[in-house]
Design a protein around this ligand. Structure first.
Ligand SMILES: Cc1cn([C@@H]2O[C@H](COP(=O)(O)OP(=O)(O)OP(=O)(O)O)[C@@H](O)[C@H]2O)c(=O)[nH]c1=O
Length: 621
């Protein structure tokens, strides 16, 4: 599992950690999560006896901690954060739950109990998703727990007293801190160490992956491994009081975790009970979250495209927060239609809605306004006006074959370059995407040995400028169709080093390629079928001096079996896959292609979350 991208799913959300524990804050911020800390005021006083298992108690406490913060924040600002995370760590031994000691005596009692024995540490975690529905807070809770087994050495009374005098035990469950002096008491640990410290980071990331990267339909392996547990609502919480149920972790197995049956009433024996008893398990099919998202996804895309097209995000960046009526006036649209569009954008997490009106989220400010440094506005407009149209006729394309579908409205180049307007539309889309990925592509390998590079199909020069910035000795030529180079001037960055980038018009299939030590093909090959790719690579190969290189960047999977994951990453050229003659290729396949055309020492590296970069060195012929 790749952790950073999972944590990254929360980057543009307002995340609150409902915990005063400095350890939790440290674990999560070390993992790259950005969050606000709002300690919960929920008193940890639930009746332990009413819970079937210690883990159920920890999970419920975590849940109540998070919900208290969500409610308080919503009440105060009439706006809840997007996500509130609560956690509760307990130590259990012989059926007894130990929390933080109330005084030194209590700490001594706890540590004496643990002395020389094995005990379990459970951390319950609740991830609460909040939304505002007509001024009322709506919450969806996903919870889970993790268990770790810890064995204490035989410890002298003197050592225990000394340890207690250090003051360390007082704010820690079980009266010890494994991450500090308390580590000396511990003989061994089975399971997740960070779970003992206060937060099961690994399990948390897996849960985020289930939530934000659900398996695609048909991904049976993924569905079994990562199926999304049912989320329950706050309204259902009362069901949790009392009841039976059992927990396999109760048996004291180390290093195991689980879900609290998604908040289902404990009296209903869960599937895990059936497992334990060896009884036949009646399996419910996994909830088709991914499928439903696919069914509805086009509406979300269209709302985003339309808001971009109407410059809603530009208006709000400059003048927000604004009420729907004012936005409608500024974008010259009806009040009722604008209101609906704004509601949809708020529901999609693109806008914040408060009493003062609508305002941009951080992601909207960064990527959806038309002139920001990281703008994807052009891509949204291009997808809306161009790609949307192609997909509307997907059934025809499927029936008649991709080439015929192309034939109806001309080849891709004919369609894109039929007017200056469509060319610019395409270039703006590519520019946003290239700027987003340029740095990752430029730095995936150390290219400082090259002094000249040619970016074939380099469009607006976004990657070329990044290469020139990264490698001061490098002169970069952008080679692209005359229709493109003609308009490239309008995309040049302000500031220095533009003299290291030049534009040469031409067709890389037919015209002489500019001489360079390094040839770059960034997001080009997926557009073309195999015969064209071979033709292009053989042309590059014959221009390239021994020791020179070719660098290919694609939304390619590292391995064939990762293709579905690559598609999920979003930039797999689905449109071309369905409509065009090109096709996506895995990193391995790209490497083999380079080898076939005389490149050796072929290496693959990830370039950020989206692309893979393959670098080959021209061998002596
Ligand atoms: C076993 C163990 C526990 N802890 C700390 O014990 C507190 C548990 O208490 P909690 O009630 O879960 O959390 P809290 O500290 O009261 O914070 P809050 O979330 O606001 O309730 C948390 O701090 C944990 O790190 C350690 O630092 N190291 C260890 O080895």
């Amino acid at each position: 599992m790749v952790l950073c991208p999972v944590i990254g799913k929360l980057l543009h959300k307002h995340v609150v950690l409902a915990s005063a524990s400095p350890r939790r804050q440290e674990i999560l911020s070390n993992a790259g999560l950005r969050f606000e800390v709002v300690p919960s005021r929920f008193k940890e006083k639930l009746c332990k006896a009413s819970f079937p298992t210690p883990s159920a108690y920890a999970v419920e406490t975590a849940k109540q901690k998070a919900l208290e913060v969500a409610r308080r924040m919503h009440q105060k600002d009439l706006r809840a954060p997007d996500v509130v995370i609560g956690a509760d760590t307990i130590v259990t031994i012989g059926g007894l739950i130990l929390e933080k000691p109330v005084d030194k005596q209590d700490a001594y009692r706890m540590l004496s109990r643990l002395n020389g024995k094995e005990h379990s540490v459970f951390t319950g975690v609740a991830i609460v998703h909040c939304s505002d529905r007509d001024g009322r807070l709506h919450t969806e809770v996903l919870d889970f727990y993790e268990e770790t087994t810890v064995k204490f050495s035989e410890l002298s009374e003197e050592l225990l007293r000394e340890y207690i005098d250090s003051g360390e035990p007082m704010d820690k469950a079980g009266g010890y801190g494994i991450q500090a002096l308390g580590g000396m008491l511990v003989e061994h640990v089975r399971g997740d160490f960070l779970n003992v410290v206060g937060f099961p980071l690994n399990h948390f990331c897996k849960k985020l992956a289930q939530l934000y990267c659900p398996p695609r339909p048909g991904d049976v392996r993924g569905a079994e491994r990562d199926s999304i547990p049912a989320v329950d609502t706050f309204e259902d919480l009362s069901d949790l009081e009392g009841g039976g149920g059992s927990d396999p972790a109760w048996g004291g197995r180390g290093g195991r975790g689980g879900e609290e049956a998604g908040g289902a009433p404990p009296q209903a024996p869960g599937p895990r009970d059936a497992d334990l008893n060896g009884a036949a398990e009646e399996k419910r099919p996994p909830f088709p979250t991914g499928l439903l998202e696919l069914m509805e996804g086009f509406k979300a895309s269209k709302a985003l495209f339309t808001a971009c097209k109407l410059n809603v995000f530009d208006v709000l960046r400059d003048q927000g927060p604004l009420k729907a009526v004012d936005i409608a006036r500024k974008i010259n649209a009806s009040v009722c239609g604008t209101g609906r569009l704004l509601e949809a954008c708020a529901a999609l997490g693109l806008l914040h809605k408060t009493d003062a009106g609508y305002s941009n989220t951080e992601a909207a400010d960064l990527h959806l306004v038309s002139d920001s440094a990281h703008s994807l506005h052009g891509l949204a407009v291009y997808n809306d006006s161009h790609v949307w149209d192609l997909f509307t006729h997907l059934d025809l394309a499927a029936r008649d074959g991709a080439e015929q579908a192309r034939g109806a409205s001309g080849t891709k180049a004919e369609r894109l370059f039929q007017s200056a307007e469509t060319t610019l539309l395409f270039m703006r889309a590519m520019h946003g995407l290239s700027k987003l990925t340029a740095r990752d592509v430029a730095t995936a390998f150390d290219l400082s040995r090259f002094t000249s590079a040619c970016d074939l199909g380099g469009c607006t020069g976004a990657l070329a400028h990044e290469l020139a910035r990264e490698y001061p000795r490098l002169q970069v030529t952008v080679f692209d169709l005359p229709d493109v180079t003609e308009h490239a001037r309008g995309f040049q960055p302000d500031g220095q080093r533009t003299e290291h980038v030049r534009f040469v018009p031409g067709d890389f299939f037919t015209d002489a390629l500019p001489r360079a030590q390094l040839y770059v093909l960034s997001r080009v090959l997926h557009d073309w079928p195999d015969d064209r790719v071979h033709h292009l690579l053989s042309r590059i190969s014959s221009c390239c001096e021994p020791g020179g290189g070719v660098l290919v960047a694609e939304a390619a999977a590292m391995e064939e079996e990762e293709a579905a994951a690559a598609r999920r990453r979003g930039l797999q050229p689905l449109g071309l896959l369905l409509l065009g003659a090109g096709r996506p290729r895995s990193a391995r396949e790209l490497g083999q292609l380079l080898q076939r055309h005389g490149f050796r020492d072929v290496r693959v590296a990830p370039a950020g979350d989206l692309l893979r970069v393959v670098l080959g060195t021209r061998a002596a012929p």
